[in-house]
Design a protein around this ligand. Structure first.
Ligand code: F6R
Length: 236
């Protein structure tokens, strides 16, 4: 594990952006696993700049996102599909048909979970998975639990996650109560994992996840077993 501490969010975003850019340069047709939330916004801005400057080409890249709220379709501005379109995909030259986000409005969610796992397998797995971390240690929406969940699954969101995500909605009542998330297998089988966390609020959970015991009660702690993990934490 490579645990890097930097001072500012800008530094974190630049470092994370550079690691993703290196992956794309190394393997132009790579599969990038992507995350939403506030943490990756600066990283995505860096990638957009690089692409606009002509230094990075996403035309052969495929993306698979971690998760989506149940009941929100891609036109809803709180959906993770909408977030990805507006914060990244619409500003780089990745073909939209190469971008994948689980469908939170699928009629049969169990089928959707199986479809998503099969898709990742057919792509040959993920080359680089970008992750944030929840205050309760979740990655994707894999919440603290008695066991690590293997495949893509539907989860009830933890009350602390609903509260944390209420900042994006008019009120906590409007935050969907469940989500579909990639499971631990696809994340752990990614060739490289890059987790970013910023600010004093994330300090304690970063310590717990990467210096404490490996336990499904802190889902991110499983990453300690990953052979190629980089964690970038910024103090501010
Ligand atoms: C989002 C995701 C979540 C977030 C986590 C941290 O796709 O998978 O695990 O990464 O909730 O969110 P922020 O970055 O908003 O603190």
């Amino acid at each position: 594990m490579n645990l890097i501490t930097v001072k500012t969010y800008e530094e974190l975003s630049r470092k994370a952006g550079k690691l993703i850019a290196s992956q794309v340069l190394l393997k132009p047709n790579c599969v990038l696993g992507l995350a939403t939330g506030s943490s990756p916004i600066g990283t995505y801005k860096y990638l957009i700049e690089e692409c606009k400057n002509g230094d990075l080409d996403f035309s052969k890249v495929t993306t698979v996102n971690l998760d989506e709220y149940i009941g929100l379709d891609g036109t809803n501005d709180q959906s993770y599909r909408y977030f990805m379109n507006t914060n990244l995909f619409e500003h780089i030259n990745v073909p939209m048909e190469n971008t994948n986000v689980p469908n939170g409005c699928a009629e049969d969610m169990q089928k959707e979970c199986a479809r998503y796992d099969a898709l990742i397998e057919d792509l040959g797995g993920i080359d680089l998975q970008l992750l944030g971390i929840g205050l309760d240690g979740h990655i994707g929406f894999n919440e603290p639990c008695e066991f690590f969940v293997k495949g893509t699954n539907v989860v009830e969101l933890d009350p602390s996650t609903i509260e944390a995500n209420a900042r994006f909605f008019a009120s906590a009542d409007e935050v969907p109560k469940s989500a579909i998330t990639m499971g631990m297998q696809a994340i752990m089988q990614a060739k490289n994992v890059l987790l970013i966390a910023n600010g004093p609020a994330k300090r304690e959970i970063v310590e717990k996840a990467f210096k404490g015991p490996i336990t499904p009660l802190v889902p991110a702690s499983i990453l300690q077993l990953h052979p190629s993990l980089t964690v970038i934490y910024s103090e501010n």
